[in-house]
Design a protein around this ligand. Structure first.
Ligand code: MLT
Ligand code: MN
Ligand code: ZN
Length: 306
């Protein structure tokens, strides 16, 4: 199984268009050692030519251009994207669907609550019905129950969607009344190599089902949004702590570093990194702390072979 990180930043990307935080300003001026990142998305393939796009970021066209494997050029009109899967209905994970409207009907794997959000709160599916159309394949997760499935053209990979404790988007009717399926984690099991990836770019808390999936994984690609719980408040950018946005910060008691320390995975990688996170500065003490724990930072173009 091959995984390509198409985008490793949280919503807004890095640098964010209107942001002059230490990272965004430092990156623009070349004053810090750091790399630009586009918004959260990965691609998974079993054969190297047919890919499951996991999340459709607002940066999707630039991500496709930067990734030759996604355009195998087998016909006059072609794409290596066999299907799309959504982890949630957040703006940074779904907006790119509009950019796929010139193609054939989009095979779209997502939960029922996400599908509802895409018809009502942010009606991308309704709009796309007038272009290529969307062919919905339900991920039937329920409270405490995951759901396993396969994707045509990705033979040899067994996928499991795991309901997560995180947050529906601000526009969703379930923002404050969470339902199972607002957010999922994805376990991808290569049946040939036996290796497992667990991907969860938005992970607010580790429920038992999530902990079990994380324990199984050889490679974890998880929520790296914030370093501290009050990161956005301390910078004066928001009144919300990380928990209110459905993200578990890396530092502090019960934080992501502590969670990852207790897991056997041979690779532990953070993704969906917010532009304010000090770990983006490769010379920061926080970056050094992560390295000390054997934790890596995803970057755009990163390839993982499992
Ligand atoms: C989030 O995960 O909280 C999002 O990145 C927010 C957004 O896209 O605006
Ligand atoms: Mn996000
Ligand atoms: Zn910034």
């Amino acid at each position: 199984m091959k995984i390509i990180v198409l985008g490793s930043a949280a919503g807004g990307g890095y640098p964010q268009w209107n942001c002059n935080c230490r990272n965004c300003d430092g990156l623009r001026r070349g004053a810090i050692r750091s790399r630009a990142r586009t918004q959260s998305s990965i691609a998974i393939s079993a054969n190297g030519s047919d890919w499951l796009l996991v999340n459709a970021s607002p940066d999707i066209l630039a991500q496709i251009r930067a990734t030759p494997a996604l355009q195998p050029a087998r016909a006059a009109r072609d794409s290596g994207i066999a299907a799309v899967l959504l982890m949630d209905a957040q703006v940074d994970h779904v907006t790119g669907l509009m950019m796929l409207r010139e193609g054939r009907p989009i095979p779209l794997y997502c939960s029922a609550p996400v599908w509802q959000d895409l018809q009502a709160g942010f009606p991308l599916a309704t709009v796309l019905a007038h272009y290529c159309g969307v062919d919905w394949r339900e991920l039937a997760v329920a409270d405490g129950e995951h759901c396993s499935f396969t994707v045509p053209q990705l033979d040899g990979i067994r996928f499991t969607a795991v309901p997560l404790d995180s947050k529906a988007p601000p526009y969703s009717p379930h923002r404050e009344q969470p339902v199972a399926g607002d957010n999922i984690g994805l376990l991808a099991h290569d049946l040939v190599t036996g290796k497992k990836l667990f991907y969860a770019p938005g992970l607010g808390a580790i429920a038992p089902l999530t902990a079990a999936a994380m324990r199984e994984a050889d490679c974890l690609l998880v929520d790296g949004t914030f370093w501290t719980e009050d990161e956005m408040i301390a910078l004066g950018f928001s009144s919300k702590p990380a928990a209110a946005m459905g993200h578990l910060p890396q530092s502090g008691a019960g934080g992501m570093m502590e969670v990852l320390d207790g897991l056997p995975a041979s690779r532990k990688i953070l993704i969906h990194i917010n532009n304010t996170n000090p770990i983006l500065d490769e010379d920061s003490p926080q970056h050094a702390t992560l390295c000390g724990h054997g934790i890596e930072l995803a970057y755009d173009g990163m390839e993982i072979l499992l």
